[in-house]
Ligand binder design. Sequence first.
Ligand code: CP
Ligand code: NVA
Length: 301
Amino acid sequence: MSPRHFLSLMDLSPAEIRQVLDRATRMKRELSEGRPSDLLRHRTVVMVFEKSSTRTRVSFETGITHLGGSTIFLAPSDSQLGRGEPVADTARVLSRMASLIIMRTGEHERVAEMARHAAVPVINGLSDFNHPCQLLADLQTWQEHRGDFSGCRAAWIGDGNNVCHSWMNAARQLDFRLVVATPAGYEPDRDLVAACGSHVTLTHDPAEAASGADVVVTDTWASMGQEEEKNARLRDFEGFCVTPGIMAAANREALFMHCLPAYRGMEVTADVIDGPQSVVWDEAENRLHAQKALMEFLLTR
Ligand code: CP
Ligand code: NVA
């Protein structure tokens, strides 16, 4: 039987996403009650990371330890991938030993290639195109703070990037409305916008996006791999900082979210990210619980 992969939120049905979120909430409680699961006992997870990470790496490694398993972390300089061994061959070899592969990479096609040739589940730990694990944690956080998101409204303010794409998929899978405000030229992927239909609308006006929003989300203006564009982007994104003024345009109870790492004074002011509406530390913690639930889901299909 072919394994279930998680390269995108579209790889799970809406009901399955809700099942993973419910399990994540239960696992969070069970951890605090000292009731561990040993799903990964005597099993190894290989983490192929071709980009930097703090949260994704630490949350997966910690979660795998909680589940009784062990991890092997491969940076490009540690493995033959970094010296040109094909992704397909790596997938075949890792599948003979490991129970699960987690990959963080640039070009999305690399993680898709890993999944096509792996006999075990592959999880996308971020690609240039999307970041679905982040959204599981963000949705769990939204549920924890405000109950259900169905019929609600979220505002994305900033770059139409990988995290934005996963928010767009979340909107269509879980039936909320997302208004995406970007500078001209930084809109999200056109085909994905079309696929999201009425769940996603675009604007170039951050205050318009924030108006009536239940959640305001942003991310860095220069993602990993875009370091050389940073100065140009600083100019192009002027006016897109999430300030107290932008938060005031949203609903009074609106949450502020950011996947982190954050750059205070650029995409968000310190008083917003460190203020009372911000739930960024809960988002970061929930990476742990949501991904444990995801691993359990994929390994027990
Ligand atoms: N949010 C997130 O994925 O953080 P890291 O890049 O630190 O893993
Ligand atoms: N958009 C950012 C997210 C980091 C978690 C990046 O790709 O660098």
